[in-house]
Design a protein around this ligand. Structure first.
Ligand code: HEC
Length: 146
């Protein structure tokens, strides 16, 4: 195999999971924020498994994934430039009618993630994760298609 062909094969292999991540047809900023939201969902699932007892409590995983969550939350408002609803987007135009409120909920998630990242005992995890989870519902109920 020439070097070029090898690169093309690698590119093809690595492109597949990336495409599978976003809703089919999503492009640009919509695709990007869907990928961010997917990881946000993955963090909740991963830490939720510790709450349910399906995984062992591990403070370093909590700190690392809550850190990811915090970064995602801080970046959320910028992932919603005005009017960016296209393709399979489930965003509602109400986002831009109340952008301040929308951003405030993202910042609530950022603070909840900061608290979560400091959780060092299993007993404190349910409440801290629950507080983060409340912000998902608060935002989705007003700003995402049901
Ligand atoms: C500040 C508002 C806001 C917050 C906070 C928020 N989301 Fe979202 N989320 C949205 C919007 C809007 C969409 C739809 C985006 C689109 O389709 O263009 C979305 C979409 C999603 C999706 C679907 C992604 C896809 O592939 O279509 C998942 C999963 C998700 N959010 C999980 C979460 C979880 C879990 C939390 C809480 C930890 C959360 N979100 C917090 C606004 C928010």
């Amino acid at each position: 195999m020439t070097r070029c062909t090898k690169l093309a094969v690698f590119a093809a292999i690595f492109a597949i999971p990336t495409l599978a991540l976003a809703h089919s047809g999503a492009t640009g900023i919509v695709k990007k924020r869907m990928e961010v939201m997917k990881d946000v969902g993955a963090v909740m699932k991963e830490l939720g498994a510790m709450v349910k007892g399906d995984a062992n409590f591990d403070a370093s995983t909590v700190a690392r994934r809550a850190g990811d969550l915090k970064v995602h939350a801080a970046g959320m408002p910028a992932l919603f430039p005005e009017g960016s609803i296209h393709g399979p987007s489930e965003a509602l135009p109400q986002i831009w009618a109340d952008f301040e409120e929308f951003s405030r909920i993202a910042s609530d998630l950022e603070s909840a993630a900061a608290t979560l990242s400091g959780v060092t005992e299993a007993a404190a995890l349910p409440a801290a994760l629950g507080a983060a989870g409340k912000t998902c519902k608060a935002c989705h109920s007003d700003y995402r298609k049901p």
